[in-house]
Design a protein around this ligand. Structure first.
Ligand SMILES: *Cc1c(COP(=O)(O)O)cnc(C)c1O
Length: 371
C-alpha cells in the first residue's frame, strides 16, 4: 500500500491549536509507514509488549535522544509518566514537600493559578511573585521566597495568556520546579539550574497522555508515603519508567520527534525558528494601526502562543471563520481570555506563519473602520 503523502494532502491547512498541537509532517508520515509493521517485527508498535527488548530499546533511545538535545547532566533522571501535566500539579507537592508544609509559587496566568489551587490541597502556598494585578501582561521579577519552602514552582510559558520568561529566572536557595509544557524543547536550557522540569507531551513533544519529567537525583526519596507507586518519582526512576505499562505508542512517537528536532539543528534551531515566526505575527499586530492589540508587554511575549485581540471584538467570530476558510485552523483564544491565539510550536511551518500574516493584513484592510 502506498503511504499517503501528508505534505501534499494537507499542505494548505495549518494547525494553530494550543494542544494537542501541530506535529512534524515527516514524523507522522514515518509513523504511518511503520504503523502496521514496526521495525520489521510484523506487528504494530501498538502491539509490542513493554517488557520486551524491542520496546525497552525504543524507550532508552528516546531518553538518550532527549538527554542529548538538552545536554541533561548525569545526575538527572528522565521519566516517562502518565496523567498529563495536570497530574504533576499534585505529584510535585506529593513527591517533593518532604517534611516541609510550605511551597513557593509564582503566579503568572491561567496555568500557574490552576496549579496553585491544586497545590493548596497538599501544603500552604506562598505566592512568591504575581502578575495578577497587571492582568498577567508580564512576568514578575520581584520575588519573595518563603524561608521554609520546599521548592519554588514557576510556569515558563503561560499558554492561555501568551506570556513567557525570557530568560528563565535563576534562583539557587531552593529547588526551582518548572512546568515547561508549552515551551519545552523550544530553546536551549541549562538543566542544572533546575530541580525538576516537567512537560505534558501534547504541545511540543507528541501524543497526549505522556508526560516527561526531568528530576535531579537528590530530590528523589522524599515522597509522601501515600503517593501512588506509579506516581512516585523514585520508584519510577528505579523502574526505568516501566513500573507499569508506559504510554508505549506515545513514547515511540516522542522518540521520533526528538530525532526530528536533532535533524533540524537541535534546540538552537527551534529557538531561532520560534523567534523568527513569532516576531512576524507580533509585527503584524503592532503595525495594524490598533486594529489588532496584544495585551502582553513586548519583552514578555510568548514565542509559542501569540495572543491578541481585535479592537472591535464583534469581528472576532468573522476573523475565525474567514481564517478557517483559508485553512488557518484553531486560532480561537483560550476561553478565559477570548480573542485570538496562534500557537507556533516547533512543527509549525514557516508557510503557515506567512499565510496567517497575509490573512491578518487583508482582514484588517477589509474591516478597518474609516472614520
Ligand atoms: C496544557 C498545559 C497544561 C495541562 O496539560 P494536561 O496534559 O492537559 O494536564 C499544564 N500546564 C501548561 C503550561 C499547559 O500549557
Amino acid at each position: 500500500m502506498e503511504p499517503l503523502c501528508l505534505a501534499e494532502s494537507v499542505s494548505r491547512q495549518y494547525n494553530f491549536a494550543a494542544g494537542p498541537g501541530v506535529m512534524p509532517a515527516e514524523v507522522l508520515a514515518q509513523a504511518q509507514q511503520e504503523f502496521l509493521d514496526w521495525d520489521g517485527n510484523g506487528f504494530s508498535m501498538l502491539e509490542i509488549p513493554f517488557t520486551g527488548d524491542a520496546f525497552k530499546n525504543t524507550l532508552c533511545q528516546a531518553r538518550e535522544e532527549l538527554r542529548g538535545l538538552l545536554n541533561i547532566p548525569d545526575d538527572y533522571r528522565i521519566l516517562f509518566m502518565h496523567g498529563g501535566a495536570s497530574a504533576q500539579f499534585s505529584l510535585v507537592p506529593l513527591n517533593l514537600l518532604g517534611n516541609s508544609r510550605l511551597a513557593d509559587y509564582v503566579e503568572t496566568g491561567y496555568w500557574s493559578s490552576k496549579n496553585m489551587r491544586e497545590a493548596r490541597r497538599y501544603c500552604e502556598v506562598n505566592i512568591a511573585a504575581s502578575s495578577a494585578h497587571g492582568g498577567y501582561d508580564h512576568m514578575p521579577d520581584h520575588w519573595r521566597l518563603g524561608r521554609e519552602s520546599a521548592y519554588c514552582h514557576i510556569t515558563s510559558n503561560e499558554t492561555a495568556n501568551g506570556v513567557q520568561f525570557h530568560p528563565l529566572p535563576d534562583i539557587t536557595d531552593i529547588p526551582l520546579i518548572v512546568d515547561m509544557t508549552s515551551d519545552f524543547l523550544s530553546r536551549p536550557l541549562d538543566v542544572s539550574r533546575y530541580g525538576l522540569i516537567y512537560a505534558g507531551a501534547q504541545k511540543n513533544i507528541g501524543p497526549a497522555g505522556l508526560t516527561i519529567v526531568i528530576v535531579r537525583d537528590d530530590l528523589l526519596g522524599r515522597a509522601h508515603p501515600a503517593t501512588p507507586s506509579v506516581f512516585n518519582y523514585q520508584v519510577q526512576a528505579e523502574a526505568n519508567s516501566m513500573l507499569n505499562t508506559p504510554a508505549t505508542f506515545a513514547v515511540y512517537l516522542a522518540g521520533l520527534v526528538f530525532r526530528w528536532i536533532a535533524a533540524q539543528g537541535g534546540v538552537m534551531a527551534m529557538e531561532y525558528n520560534s523567534i523568527r515566526r513569532s516576531s512576524r505575527v507580533y509585527r503584524a499586530v503592532d503595525e495594524s494601526g490598533d486594529f489588532y492589540r496584544c495585551p502582553v508587554l513586548p519583552e514578555y511575549r510568548s514565542r509559542m502562543n501569540v495572543c491578541f485581540t481585535l479592537a472591535d471584538d464583534a469581528l472576532t467570530p468573522r476573523f475565525l471563520s474567514d481564517a478557517a476558510a483559508q485553512g488557518l485552523l484553531h486560532l480561537k483564544g483560550h476561553p478565559m481570555t477570548g480573542g485570538i491565539r496562534a500557537s507556533l510550536y516547533n512543527a509549525m511551518p514557516d508557510a503557515g506563519v506567512a499565510t496567517l500574516v497575509d490573512f491578518m493584513q487583508h482582514f484588517a484592510k477589509a474591516h478597518r473602520r474609516h472614520v
